[in-house]
Design a protein around this ligand. Structure first.
Ligand SMILES: NC(=O)c1ccc[n+]([C@@H]2O[C@H](COP(=O)([O-])OP(=O)(O)OC[C@H]3O[C@@H](n4cnc5c(N)ncnc54)[C@H](OP(=O)(O)O)[C@@H]3O)[C@@H](O)[C@H]2O)c1
Length: 238
């Protein structure tokens, strides 16, 4: 802990099949949880200062990272009562700045949007996103330095609790850098299979059991045929 600058508490929330897939190989099915699962997502968003998402998830799901349906403004008011902003800050990771200008995200005016990118991205692509986003943060290197970005979100934007909504590649980078504190999984009664179908943790992964991060289960609840499980970082004795 001692080498760490303060960063937000990071939660990941994912709906997955029984084989840990989060979409089909052809990505034609990206949303498959129940209404209860969606309610769980919105409830978590209501506790977060910021939402983090990968570029492909933004494009393929049409996510806008807002409060969800809130016709009476109840959620907005609750956020304010809890000392949060009306809507969560929206943060999108796009290392090569490939994030589409046509994404639905740009059409919704809730909270500011910050794009995290890297110097690998062509200058023209970064300029394009600078015209769309409220801020574009670029770090040197070929990928986004998520640790530094989280620390900056903490120090400059006051983000204390950050909800990551995937996808598999972004989750993989966060897990590899050991930047995740809590995982909320909704295990759905489906199997997608497919070697290249995105899963909750993509990328190279860990090569040895000793390198694998350890988690303990803090809750598990079955609702209908879905299982809602929460894991916290660390062994059960921590
Ligand atoms: N079931 C669920 O709960 C759930 C939740 C979320 C997503 N999904 C599904 O998952 C799929 C998307 O997952 P995905 O793994 O393909 O994509 P993703 O993680 O959403 O986005 C990948 C993109 O994000 C950027 N990125 C991620 N990590 C980065 C890093 N460390 N450094 C630089 N850039 C980084 C890159 O953008 P650039 O290309 O610009 O470099 C990369 O191409 C979609 O089909 C979506 O529907 C399902």
């Amino acid at each position: 802990m001692s080498d760490r600058s303060p960063r937000p508490f990071v939660l990941i929330n994912m709906a997955m099949t029984a084989d840990a897939k989060i979409a089909t190989t052809d990505r034609s099915i990206t949303t498959f949880g129940s209404a209860r699962d969606l309610a769980h997502l919105y409830a978590l968003r209501a506790t977060a200062d910021a939402i983090l998402c990968g570029a492909r998830t933004i494009e393929e799901t049409g996510a806008t990272l807002g409060n969800g349906p809130d016709p009476t403004g109840r959620l907005r008011k609750k956020r304010l009562r809890n000392g949060l902003t009306e809507y969560p800050l929206r943060v999108v990771v796009s290392g090569s700045a490939s994030l589409s200008s046509k994404a639905t995200l740009w059409k919704t005016k809730t909270a500011p949007i910050i794009v995290l990118t890297s110097s690998r991205a062509p200058a023209a692509a970064r300029k394009r996103l600078t015209a769309l986003a409220d801020a574009v943060w670029t770090n040197r290197g070929t990928s986004v330095d998520l640790k530094s970005a989280l620390e900056r979100l903490h120090s400059e934007r006051g983000v204390r609790r950050l909800l990551c909504e995937g996808g598999g590649q972004l989750n993989g980078a966060l897990f590899a850098a050991d930047l995740v504190d809590e995982i909320h999984l909704t295990v759905c009664p489906l199997l997608f299979g497919g070697r290249s179908a995105p899963s909750i943790f993509d990328g190279p992964g860990f090569d040895r059991l000793t390198n694998a991060t350890r988690w303990h289960q803090t809750s598990s609840r079955r609702v209908g045929d879905e299982l809602f499980v929460v894991f916290r970082r660390g062994g059960s004795d921590q």
